[in-house]
Design a binder for this molecule. Structure first.
Ligand code: BEZ
Length: 239
């Protein structure tokens, strides 16, 4: 079975592609994706199964951080190949019983998609047969306000995601868009950013001679500038 599935061509969107559209039932009602989210950033993420421990810690963490994501115009949408009643029962159990770190009484109010048919998981390449033929891996798709896939991250079943990293990804993408820059390794808000290559921001000579305002170059191809955290926040934070 696994070998047969592994031989099948895998469908999945790529970075820069329009997010594949679908309609689905969710714990918050019907969803028409990504049309319902035009004008917003969305994190569409899958988890292997309801009533499993790592997924429980992930949902508690994501739900606790939801307002922080919304402050950056970003909505969360979960998915597993479980049905609606399983989702509802699991989320109720999380609220009524689960304690993880300093989190308890956590209500998950973002939608969780019923994908018993695996229609959506298959469309998004969330089933990786070498890992598991009947469960989605921990996939993360960051989709921009125009419905374009901007980042894809995959984790295996055994590895819980780092949600601070997902928030950093959202802020980095939004900063890159707002200021037409790129972000270096391990960038954090307030760190210097990479300015675009010579031509779009001064000639190589002007950059190296220090003639481009606020830009510092180590070599013709490696120039940075400061975007103070407050300026970045003012550009990307919506609440
Ligand atoms: C978990 O979420 O705990 C889990 C789910 C599937 C496989 C292994 C762990």
């Amino acid at each position: 079975m696994t070998e047969l599935l592994q031989d099948q061509p895998v469908m999945m969107p790529r970075i820069g592609d329009p997010a594949p559209s679908f309609t689905a039932e969710t714990t918050q009602g019907p969803s028409n994706f990504p049309a319902d989210y035009v004008g917003k950033w969305v994190i569409l993420f899958s988890h292997p199964a309801d009533f499993t421990p790592v997924c429980t810690t992930e949902f508690m963490t994501f739900a606790t951080m939801q307002e922080e994501f919304q402050a950056y115009n970003t909505e969360l949408v979960g998915l597993s190949v479980d049905g609606l009643y399983s989702h509802i029962a699991w989320l109720r159990t999380i609220k009524d019983k689960m304690v993880f770190r300093d989190m308890e009484d956590v209500e998950v109010t973002f939608p969780l998609i019923d994908d018993v048919s695996m229609k959506v998981a298959t469309k998004y390449g969330m089933i990786m047969p070498g890992e598991d033929t009947t469960k989605a891996v921990r996939a993360v798709f960051v989709i921009d306000p125009k419905g374009i896939v901007r980042t894809i991250i995959y984790y295996p079943l055994s590895l819980g995601r780092n949600f601070d990293e997902l928030l950093r990804v959202v802020k980095a993408l939004q900063t890159a868009d707002a200021f037409e820059v790129a972000t270096p390794a391990d960038w954090r808000p307030g760190d210097r950013v990479i300015v675009p290559p010579a031509g779009s921001c001064g000639t190589a000579k002007e950059r190296m001679d220090g003639d481009v305002e606020d830009v510092e170059c180590v070599d013709w191809f490696f120039c940075t500038k400061d975007i103070p955290a407050e300026q970045m926040e003012a550009a990307i934070r919506v609440s």
